[in-house]
Design a protein around this ligand. Sequence first.
Ligand code: PDD
Length: 277
Amino acid sequence: TLIYLNGEKVDYENAKIHVEDRGFLFGDGLYEVIRVYDGKFFYLGKHMERLKKGAEQIYLELDFGPDTLLETIKKAVKESGFKDASVYVQVTRGTAPRQHAFPSNVKCTWLIIVREAKPQPQEFYENGVEAITVPDERWTRCNIKTVQLLANCIAKEKAKRAGAYEAIFHRGDIITEASSSNVFIVKDGTIFTHPANNLILHGITRFAVLELIKNNNFELREEPFSKEKLFAADEVFLTGTMTEVMPIVKVDGKIIGDGVPGKITMKLIEDFRKLTE
Ligand code: PDD
């Protein structure tokens, strides 16, 4: 593990932030998780774009400059020596006496953690995994990748306790996304996924997979779909930086389709692999 805090390389024991950092007190910060495959970044530019956009939306000034962040990320990955890595990037509004309104003249806290990435077990992709559904109890600005992830953590913990891989959120009757991935279903050859609005994170992997879908000329509809439609789907799969393209074969104990990863899912997994080779 290699850590850069505010642009300085620090060892694990000394990687510390102040108790009044607003990330700690208020969850007042943003993050990204970026994957490196064989020394190459996967859509690094898109991650930087999303971070910048999120910063604008929460009135956070990235005072260190986006180029500094980008260069430090590249330097950190190089120094780590890891060919396959996950890069965790977090930026908070910085340290100031606790008060809700934003402080002035405060510098951002920014953190980069590089870890070696282990691929998930191959059998997950071959056999598929299980999911549960949980109510989407998050706020309504899920497009902003904030570090306020308690609802996501509770959802994932519920999945873990149920022996499932992921928790799929429903807001009322509508399936939005999952605790740390986006959700797609296939019905009669048409692929459905929730539109990229304020109710979901606009996943970079989601974006990459939409391109693959277009290249295959698969029928795609970016529109909300119901929980009922999820259970009636022929195929269900997730997308995410660490999840990649993951087939779901059971939801809430009910078998999806034939109970094995579907044809379209398998093709997208294959195409996705090619992107990362
Ligand atoms: N999670 N939806 C949510 C709620 C997420 O937290 C994530 C990513 C995604 C997928 O986005 P992307 O394809 O850009 O990784 C969708 C990261 C990996 C995490 O929290 O660790």
